[in-house]
Design a binder for this molecule. Structure first.
Ligand SMILES: Cc1cc2nc3c(=O)[nH]c(=O)nc-3n(C[C@H](O)[C@H](O)[C@H](O)COP(=O)(O)OP(=O)(O)OC[C@H]3O[C@@H](n4cnc5c(N)ncnc54)[C@H](O)[C@@H]3O)c2cc1C
Length: 426
């Protein structure tokens, strides 16, 4: 499909999803002069335009206006001649005719297609999750979108007690967002510590203290067995057989990549849409995927840092058929948790007897650094409350170089203190 504009044939680029990944790919393409090469169309099933999902808790707790988290206005799309099919879900991809179909007869032909469909909250098979009509009980929701945020804020107004199920970052963010609403907030997690994938026990305790200081009740080692209520939830039953009355339940127990559309059009889908290092589908060189819907080798790389890098790789590939850009899967992740910066890389727990741990702890300021070493090479790290050394640590991890005492002391030192005073290798 070619469109003639100003005498130059333009190709059609269609992006499905306008979250962090989809919007970022388009920005990277534009930054490389992509408007000259492509006529761009986006399908976005969220009507609210492009916003920063990572700040939803601030909207929920009222410290930010919805408008403050909008990243690209509707005018931006117009100025860049992008066809934004807002509030329109892509329903079907036809690879033989190279067309994406939306509702009400919308059809966007493509030469290049990008899947950026993200993921949806996972609802575990709780007893009584659904009412007699097969609908989820009212008052039970995920926390992923602005629409979820509005629903939760509405329901919280007439709730005395709210339960958040989960112990990961998104559960903590939901609890933080709810903590200003005048209702009791209970965080219920089946694990023995918060954020057990990203934090070790000590860092988990720092975060738990901050959560409790925000007035949130934390229940660890307790799973939710079933929900109570007919049409609207009015409580839940825990694994120790105790029950807890509550009028709102926010479920944050994991994510499922949105891959149905890719599967439907015959692409290989495992956990996510299977891609190679050029982030192309294994089945179709004209289709890319990135963000939380894509899977490289056996992993989904959906963090913010990963997505920014992936968007650069795809834009380079789209703009230059001979591009050598490749995505080098990294395990580094950075985020903000309960107001603290957190960055992790690699294996955060010693795995072998010969592994060494270098640590710096400053409890009064909630600062904690831990570097896991094997034969003086960094195999993992946690930086909580002080992430200044993150770039240097990530590159030490990537290069797999042996560290001298001085280099290690530099890495473990708090950002504002002289290096050697602080290093402690156990
Ligand atoms: C509260 C919160 C805090 C977070 N904090 C951090 C953090 O500190 N650090 C970090 O790295 N990550 C964080 N994340 C995760 C981060 O937001 C995600 O990794 C990122 O948004 C993933 O981007 P994505 O574009 O792949 O998916 P999404 O942002 O989910 O975007 C996908 C979009 O595609 C749309 N879509 C899906 N199917 C279709 C279809 N068929 N047609 C049209 N549109 C479709 C979806 O509705 C959605 O709008 C946080 C997330 C939340 C919710």
């Amino acid at each position: 499909m070619r469109v003639m504009l100003c005498g130059m044939p333009k190709q059609r680029l269609v992006v499905i999803g306008n979250g962090m990944a989809g919007a970022r790919v388009v920005e990277e393409v534009l930054a490389r002069g992509g408007n000259e090469r492509f006529k761009i169309a986006i399908f976005s099933d969220e009507a609210s335009g492009s916003y920063d999902r990572m700040q939803l808790a601030d909207v929920l707790n009222g410290s930010q206006d919805e408008s403050a988290i909008v990243r690209r206005s509707f005018a931006w799309y117009q100025e860049n001649q992008i066809q934004l099919n807002g509030g329109q879900r892509a329903l079907l991809v036809s690879r033989p005719t190279r067309t994406v179909y939306g509702p009400a007869g919308v059809a966007e032909p493509y030469d290049k297609l990008v899947f950026a469909t993200g993921s949806s909250p996972y609802f575990p098979p709780l007893k009584n999750l659904f009412d007699a009509n097969g609908d989820r009980l009212s008052g039970v929701t995920g926390f992923r979108t602005l629409a979820d945020c509005r629903t939760i804020a509405d329901l919280a107004t007439d709730s005395r007690r709210v339960a958040v199920i989960g112990g990961g970052l998104l559960a903590l963010e939901a609890a933080r967002g709810l903590s200003g609403h005048g209702c009791e907030v209970h965080l219920i997690h089946s694990g023995s510590q918060l954020m057990n994938q990203q934090l070790d026990e000590y860092a988990g305790q720092i975060v738990q203290r901050l959560v409790e200081r925000a007035g949130i009740h934390v229940h660890l080692n307790r799973a939710v067995r079933s929900l109570l209520g007919q049409r609207r939830v009015n409580g839940l039953v825990l694994s120790d057989d105790t029950s807890m009355p509550c009028e709102l339940v926010v479920v944050s127990t994991g994510l499922i990549p949105n891959t149905w559309l890719a599967y439907q059009c015959g692409l290989t889908v495992e956990r996510g849409i299977a891609v190679d290092a050029e982030l192309r589908s294994l089945d179709d060189r004209d289709i890319h995927a990135l963000g939380e819907c894509a899977q490289l080798r056996d992993r989904v790389h959906g963090s913010k840092d990963a997505i920014l890098e992936q968007a650069r790789v795809i834009a380079a590939q789209l703009m230059d058929a001979h591009s050598t850009a490749r995505y080098h899967a990294q395990s580094a992740v950075s985020m903000k948790v309960m107001g603290l910066n957190l960055a992790t890389v690699g294996n955060i727990r010693a795995a072998a007897a010969r592994d060494q741990i270098a640590e710096y702890r400053e409890p009064g300021r909630n600062r904690y650094k831990k570097i896991v070493l094997r034969e003086r090479r960094v195999i993992g790290a946690i930086l909580l409350g002080d992430v200044g050394a993150f770039p240097a640590l990530s590159s030490a991890f990537e290069s797999n170089a042996r560290l001298s005492d001085a280099q290690l002391a530099e890495l473990i030192a708090p950002s504002t203190t002289k290096a050697n005073d602080w290093a402690r290798v156990a």
